[in-house]
Design a protein around this ligand. Sequence first.
Ligand code: AMP
Length: 149
Amino acid sequence: MISVQSNDLNFPLVEELMIPSEKVAHVQVGNPLDHALLVLLKTGYSAVPVLDATFKFQGVVSKTMILEETLGIEQFELDKLNDLTVIEVMKKDVPCLKKDHSMIDALYKLIDHPFICVTNDDGEFDGIITRRTILKQFSKHYHETLKRA
Ligand code: AMP
């Protein structure tokens, strides 16, 4: 087991590792669920960020949340896909990061979430940081530094 002192290492900032907002698929609070499901199916992501009309981050919506909402007692009630909007099913209480947080702050939050949204001080959406990015970073660091130590 390799012991690493965090202050010995120069961990990158969230800003350096995040996927910028223009490359992130998202839906808006007022979108009907069928639109959100289409975005999720077409992109292949299990969840995406939810923004409002002013580009502020509001929460996260997933395929599971949408399917659970449409599941009736004995069958799927597909009318609900048209009748309900994203704001009615999304998860609002999710952690966020700021661009100047360190990769280690992201690492702790990514234990429980596949991606974390990055926002500015006004709550506007800047991008996301994913588990894959952090794992790639640790793999790179291991091969470049720790393996040689
Ligand atoms: P990954 O660690 O790359 O598997 O990504 C984890 C999760 O982050 C995915 O399942 C998606 O929910 C989300 N995600 C990754 N990249 C994007 C993107 N470009 N746009 C929207 N969501 C994304």
